[in-house]
Design a protein around this ligand. Structure first.
Ligand SMILES: [Fe+2]
Length: 218
């Protein structure tokens, strides 16, 4: 997974960057390929409630977030979601490696195969390619945090549905780990929303946006 770091750049200027750690957040070791499972699980790579949308949503929202703790929260969770994207890509890859054409046809994997062979492409289970139109960065503290709470629950529901459809423990264990992290993120965004509303006038906090309106909450 990736994590944020600070390094010295040209002429000693401090720059923000990501460093890459060559290790998954949770191990993925799948013995039996299964393209049917891959077609379902790809939705958490590029589907409407998947990890790509989650990471880009949080890592985009953080720029306008006025409170340092919440900016840090968005950076932490957005970075972790990139690690989850990597796990999902690894699961789909391991489920589709070394397939024969007969296995591809038998599993009904031809529609994905014809466009992407066995490469990893950000799409929903329906085949719809990933689009930023499915996520939001609104620049309003309460709006963005409320969207994130809903997004975490939608991701949790998707993982629950995957667990209803998948029997292989090699696949279920990393999916269960990812499901658990969505619950933790929901809780952390809940704390973040409380922190934001505590700073605003409790009688009218929907009437101003601390990311934009001067003196909001003061
Ligand atoms: Fe999450």
């Amino acid at each position: 997974m990736a994590e944020k770091s600070v390094a010295l750049g040209y002429r000693g200027v401090r720059i923000r960057m990501f460093v890459y750690e060559k290790k998954l957040q949770y191990p993925v070791k799948i013995t039996n390929p299964n393209p049917k499972y891959a077609k379902i699980i790809i939705t958490q790579y590029g589907g409407p409630d998947g990890e790509l949308g989650a990471s880009l949503r949080y890592l985009s929202q953080r720029f306008a977030m006025p409170y340092p703790e919440l900016k840090g929260l968005l950076t932490d969770i957005g970075t972790e979601e990139l690690g989850h994207l990597e796990m999902i890509g690894t699961i789909v890859y391991q489920l589709t490696r070394n397939l024969s054409i007969d296995e591809i046809k038998k599993a009904g994997f031809e529609d994905y195969f014809v466009d992407h062979t066995t490469g990893i492409y950000p799409q929903a289970a329906s085949g719809t390619p990933w689009s930023a139109a499915g996520m939001q960065s609104k620049g309003d503290v309460i709006t963005d945090l409320s969207e994130n709470l809903a997004a975490e629950q939608k991701a949790r529901t998707t993982y629950d549905n995957i667990l209803r459809l998948v029997d292989d423990p090699d696949v279920r264990e990393p999916i269960k780990f990812l499901r658990e992290r969505e619950v933790v993120h929901f809780q952390r965004f809940g704390e973040g929303l409380r922190l934001a509303t505590d700073r605003l006038d409790s009688r009218n906090y929907y009437m101003c946006n601390p990311a934009f309106d001067k003196n909001c909450g003061k």
